[in-house]
Design a binder for this molecule. Structure first.
Ligand SMILES: Nc1ncnc2c1ncn2[C@@H]1O[C@H](COP(=O)(O)OP(=O)(O)OP(=O)(O)O)[C@@H](O)[C@H]1O
Length: 252
């Protein structure tokens, strides 16, 4: 593993009963890169995310984050190490305001402080962090709006802010543009580019325009194995990828 590799996956396996879904995945993420994961429906992209973020325990293989083995650790423990994930299904509290949603996420890394003066200091820092995140995802004008009453794309921006609240070094985004118009997709892609500066991103996305413009590198997962990793140009020109995936899409 090279020193600028932040995540290294080797021979990762996952079975559900007798069915093997991950069949020896190898994947390296370089610190600071935006890496897109693509593959046909059912290839195992969500399962891989569940394994990396601790929602599922591997059946075999290694997941090293910053040199530490994290396979099978709890989502909270993995999050504390600096890996944060947003979900395909929106994870916000619809009856709380935008501000309250972000504040809740910003509170989590600080834990409980019982001493009075520590609480005051903590509350000040949480408020400042909440304000910073509101500005970052351009939701400051919407701070008092109930999250559930915002447009879908704004809810995704809110969710991105909440994912950033733990100040993660590695962010996993699962289909952040699903269900968006072209305009919303462009807006969200620009936002993701901006807020992930200085961090590492792994993104699963079905919109190929987004994948090929946002990704510094792309990995292709087919039937539980990574069949290719490379720059957008390398992936476009890869015959195995054409056959397994992109060709199919073109015919779809
Ligand atoms: N808990 C589970 N038990 C049994 N099978 C599962 C479970 N979770 C996922 N699978 C199966 O694993 C395979 C991979 O699913 P997964 O959702 O990871 O694929 P995906 O690449 O994310 O697909 P999509 O692009 O459609 O979201 C599918 O065949 C799915 O039915």
């Amino acid at each position: 593993m090279s020193s600028d590799t932040i995540l290294s996956v080797r021979g990762l396996r996952k079975s559900f009963g007798a069915t093997e879904i991950m069949r020896g995945v190898d994947l390296d993420l370089l610190a600071g890169e935006r890496h897109a994961l693509i593959g046909p429906n059912g290839a195992g992209k969500s399962t891989l995310f569940h394994l990396l973020s601790g929602q599922l325990a591997p059946s075999g293989g290694e997941i090293r984050f910053d040199g530490r083995e994290i396979g099978g650790r709890s989502p909270q423990a993995i999050n504390r190490l600096g890996l944060a994930r947003s979900f395909q299904i929106t994870n916000i509290f619809p009856r709380l305001s935008v501000f309250e949603n972000i504040r809740l996420a910003a509170m989590r890394p600080h834990g409980l402080q019982y001493a009075f003066w520590k609480r005051i200091d903590r509350d000040r820092r949480i408020r400042a962090e909440t304000e910073r995140l509101l500005e970052l995802v351009r939701l400051a004008p919407r701070r008092s709006t109930l999250a559930g009453e915002m447009a879908y794309s704004e809810q995704r921006s809110l969710e991105i802010a909440m994912t950033l609240a733990s100040d993660p070094r590695l962010i996993l985004l699962d289909e952040p543009m699903a269900g968006m118009s072209t305009e919303e997709t462009h807006y969200t892609a620009a936002l993701i580019r901006e807020v992930t500066q200085g961090r590492t991103l792994l993104i699963v996305e079905h919109d190929m325009d987004v994948v090929f413009s946002l990704g510094d590198r792309i990995s292709v997962l087919v039937y539980g194995q990574v069949i290719a990793t490379g720059t957008p140009d390398e992936i476009r020109g890869n015959a195995a990828v054409q056959e397994a995936y992109l060709g199919q899409e073109a015919h779809a």
